[in-house]
Design a protein. Structure first.
Length: 138
């Protein structure tokens, strides 16, 4: 009987060791599977966060680009208005100079016509009037 008990204990130990091995093996596989699942979730979360950060950076860059463009357009508009003002002033000055030139031209022509008329009148006038000095050349 002692042999039967020893055999039973030995079989129990072998079965227990096999069960323990199976339990450890299954627990290890389960732990590995859980670790893989956790790793996949961490990777997916990191991927989403990276995509969100990339979108955020892109959005910030677009906003900065829009601000720069708006600033450039404001500066360009200011410069354009200044050029238009300068052009307007130059145009007014040109008109004023044209009027002055026309007035000087008219005055010169009037003076020349008056001089010609005075010379002609002096030639026709009797000699008792004083002759125009420009008639005596030489």
């Amino acid at each position: 009987m002692l042999e039967g008990i020893l055999i039973g204990v030995l079989i129990g130990l072998i079965v227990g060791a096999g069960g323990f091995y199976a339990f450890v093996h299954m627990a290890g596989k389960s732990a590995i599977a859980q670790a893989r699942t956790d790793a996949e979730q961490i990777r997916a979360t990191a991927q989403r966060e990276a995509e969100n950060k990339a979108k955020e950076i892109e959005l910030t860059a677009r906003q900065d680009q829009l601000k720069i463009k708006e600033k450039f357009e404001r500066e360009n508009e200011t410069a354009r208005k200044k050029l238009e003002e300068h052009d307007s002033r130059l145009s007014k000055r040109e008109d004023t100079l044209d009027r002055q030139a026309a007035a000087f031209q008219y005055a010169a022509e009037s003076s020349a016509n008056a001089h010609v008329a005075a010379v002609n009148a002096a030639r026709r006038a009797p000699s008792r009037t004083r002759p125009c000095p420009c008639l005596h050349r030489g």
